[in-house]
Design a protein around this ligand. Structure first.
Ligand SMILES: Cc1cc2nc3c(=O)[nH]c(=O)nc-3n(C[C@H](O)[C@H](O)[C@H](O)COP(=O)(O)OP(=O)(O)OC[C@H]3O[C@@H](n4cnc5c(N)ncnc54)[C@H](O)[C@@H]3O)c2cc1C
Length: 255
């Protein structure tokens, strides 16, 4: 539950968790295939998407931050360039900031988006490891052993001896976390000669998936839509949720 929703169990939405379990375990063949990529995630997803878009004639502008959007007569301007419709596919805080600054009347959408709270994910990279029994192992996690999964990077195309231990819904300070993860790796994986190489903490990794959460919808204002993992939908903040939202928004664009 903690890893799927990235929210501590006591604050998690049971309804969303049941939906995840149902779709993963009871939706038939392919519902919960575990795929471990050996390529990096950039090559796997965004690079492949960009290649597809380029093949289909889309104009791509990388590393171009949208600074402002504004309603124009039956259209929208994006940094002073006119467009028939706009889809905001950014993180919720960026989308809400752009919508508020545009002056368009969308108070309910902005309120719901700004009311979202966030949870952290920490990844502790450890070096000096001997090979794990499998490239990915589930760990027993509790308040003192915070990591839920261990990845043996050497078995996934990374350097020898490198482990990544992932801590969903992390609330511990960095030094405490590193100490606990080292102890957990020694105790649960028998890895007693590790040292911390790097700890990456993404503070706003996902929205907190709490009970009865009101999530913003796809339609922000006439001609202005939004998509992303935080948009109203059945799943917690996941790649799957983001893809579902993207497909729904593409459909809404044509409607
Ligand atoms: C450490 C970590 C581990 C995770 N692990 C998993 C996992 O194992 N499985 C899983 O399913 N999900 C996981 N997630 C969650 C997953 O990454 C997200 O749910 C997903 O990326 C959300 O996609 P998105 O398209 O909604 O938003 P994002 O991927 O956040 O994309 C939004 C994009 O908008 C861009 N942007 C923002 N403002 C502007 C602007 N003004 N102009 C132009 N562009 C802008 C940003 O740069 C960004 O590229 C993880 C997340 C983190 C942080």
């Amino acid at each position: 539950c903690v890893s799927a929703l990235n929210t501590p169990v006591a604050r998690s939405s049971g309804q969303v968790f049941l939906r995840v379990l149902n779709d993963a375990l009871f939706s038939g063949s392919g519902g919960a295939d575990l795929l471990l990529p050996q390529a990096d995630l950039g090559a796997l997803l965004p690079d492949a998407a960009m290649a597809w878009l380029a093949q289909h004639g889309a104009a791509l502008r990388l590393a171009t931050r949208v600074r402002a959007i504004a309603p124009a007569a039956n259209a929208w301007s994006v940094d002073d360039e006119p467009f028939d419709q706009v889809v905001l596919a950014s993180a919720p805080w960026d989308a809400a900031r752009l919508v508020r600054a545009s002056g368009v009347a969308a108070p309910a959408w902005c309120d719901a988006t700004e009311a979202l709270r966030f949870e952290a994910i920490a990844t502790v990279y450890l070096r000096g490891a001997s090979p794990l029994a499998a490239p990915m192992l589930a760990l027993r996690s509790d308040a003192h052993a915070p990591a839920q999964f261990a990845f043996d990077r050497a078995q996934l195309g990374g350097p020898d001896g490198l482990l990544a231990l992932v801590v969903s819904a992390n609330e511990a300070p960095r030094d405490v976390l590193e100490e606990q993860v080292l102890a957990q790796a020694a105790h649960q994986l028998g890895q007693r000669h590790l040292e911390v190489l790097q700890t990456v903490v993404e503070k706003r990794a996902t929205f907190a998936c709490t009970p009865a959460l009101v999530r913003p919808g796809v339609r922000v204002a006439p001609g202005l839509l939004a998509c992303g993992d935080y948009i109203d939908g059945p799943y917690p903040a996941t790649l799957e949720g983001a893809v579902l939202s993207g497909l729904a928004t593409a459909k809404a664009l044509g409607a």
